[in-house]
Design a protein around this ligand. Structure first.
Ligand code: HEM
Length: 378
């Protein structure tokens, strides 16, 4: 199976070919944790993340080689499992720089980029505080769910007394492809998702749209990115009763092939000018791909890296299912611009509800011997 090195120029888990499984966790730093305590936590997380990404258990003695009279350093459920393409990606939320009471707990407020504030309230948002925000985040992706869960579990255990999980999300069946070597997967509405996503092989695209440039923000964030997470509930039952023509019109693509309704095959560029019966455009004015398309958003693109989720059923017997949307972009303003357009006009809104939201600045990759985010505290 794949092994992705942890120590890289950019953090892994962004341009890395999207793995099949996700465990995402947002943390709040515990009261009383000092600046030195936070730095130590990031150092401990870095060492453990590098070990797990290499397919090793954590600590000096791991899961079973330590003293009998102490709890094992590693929880053990990933013993015998390969690295499974595990990537662990860390991010810093706006509240790390200034908490809800306006307190600069860690002496980093002056280093907060102007863009790193909570996302605005979008029309239709029904956000639950318990599924939103967070001081820190960890995105663990792997091709084996047990490996992803093992990573979050051990990192949260390491954080004991210093940070606690605020919310977390499991995901499956990546809803994007980030490499041309990958076939396009499908979301829970049955549509191919990720067709015109930014792909790692596309020269210049990541530099232009994903990474924060050297002059594009504070020096500590150069080579990093901004992660937006949105828990988007899908009203599956309503969708499943809508006719195929309506389903295709909502996206502006056909369901079988994923081709734009203006014609061609999956990777044909959509043509928004072509009209059909009654002189109406084949890709309607409210179609998702029209509204999200770079030509309708001042050229904005983002790297989408979301996952499907099904968290059982709700009190009414409906699937608590949807898309855990994750995107990486060079500035959160790019997400905001596209999402405003979608929130106002998207035909998809009849079938979805945004219930969770978070924004994190993702520092560049750590150098060996250093730790994730070191430049923020230098
Ligand atoms: C394209 C589904 C939410 C941004 C697409 C496509 C599908 C899709 C099927 C066409 C295939 C592709 O190019 O990937 C969904 C579903 C969503 C959702 C089911 C919610 C449950 C969002 C959100 C954003 C977004 C919240 C960003 C604010 C985009 C972009 C494209 C796209 C940028 C590519 C447009 C293009 O260049 O053609 N989405 N999407 N989507 N979506 Fe979404």
């Amino acid at each position: 199976t794949d092994v992705y090195p942890f120590y890289q120029e950019h953090q892994a888990g962004i341009l890395t070919p999207a793995q099949d499984r996700l465990h995402f966790a947002a943390f709040d730093v515990s009261a009383g944790t000092t600046r030195a305590g936070l730095i130590e936590l990031l150092q401990d997380w870095t060492v453990a993340a590098a070990a797990m990404a290499a397919g090793r258990d954590i600590g000096d003695f791991g899961a079973v080689s330590g003293p009998y009279d102490a709890p094992p350093e590693d929880t053990g459920e990933a013993l015998d499992l390969p690295a499974s393409g595990l990537t662990i990606t860390f991010g810093f939320g706006p509240s790390l720089f200034e908490d809800a009471d306006g307190v600069d707990r860690f002496g980093i407020r002056a280093r907060r980029p102007d863009e790193l504030t909570e996302l605005p309230h979008f029309p239709g948002d029904m956000l639950e505080p318990g599924r939103s925000g967070g001081d820190l985040c960890i995105q663990a992706c792997a091709d084996d769910p047990q490996v992803a869960v093992h990573a979050i579990r051990n990192l949260s255990r390491i954080a004991f007394g210093r940070a606690v999980i605020r919310w977390s999300q499991l995901g499956f069946g990546r809803t994007s492809s980030t490499s041309t070597s990958q076939a396009t997967p499908r979301n829970l509405f049955g549509f191919k998702d990720g067709t015109s996503n930014i792909k790692a092989e596309e020269p210049g695209a990541a530099d232009a749209h994903v990474w924060v440039g050297a002059g594009g923000g504070p020096a500590w964030l150069a080579g990093g990115s901004y992660l937006v997470a949105r828990r988007i509930r899908m009203t599956i039952e309503t969708w499943d009763r809508s006719i195929l023509r309506e389903q295709e019109a909502v996206f502006g693509r056909d369901k079988g092939e994923g081709a734009p309704l203006s014609g061609g095959t999956e990777f044909t560029a959509p043509d928004f000018a072509i009209t059909g019966r009654g002189d109406l455009p084949l890709i309607g004015a409210a179609a998702h791909v029209r509204l999200a398309h770079p030509t309708r958003n001042a050229g904005i693109r983002m790297l989408r890296r979301g996952y499907n989720f099904v968290d059982g059923t709700d009190a009414l017997g409906r699937l608590d299912a949807g898309l855990f949307f994750i995107s990486f972009q060079s500035t959160p303003e790019n997400f905001t611009a596209v999402q405003l357009n979608l929130a106002r006009h998207d035909a998809l809104n009849e079938y979805i509800r945004h219930v969770g939201s978070a924004l994190f600045a993702v520092p560049p990759g750590a150098a060996r011997g250093s730790y994730v985010g070191a430049a923020l505290f230098a």
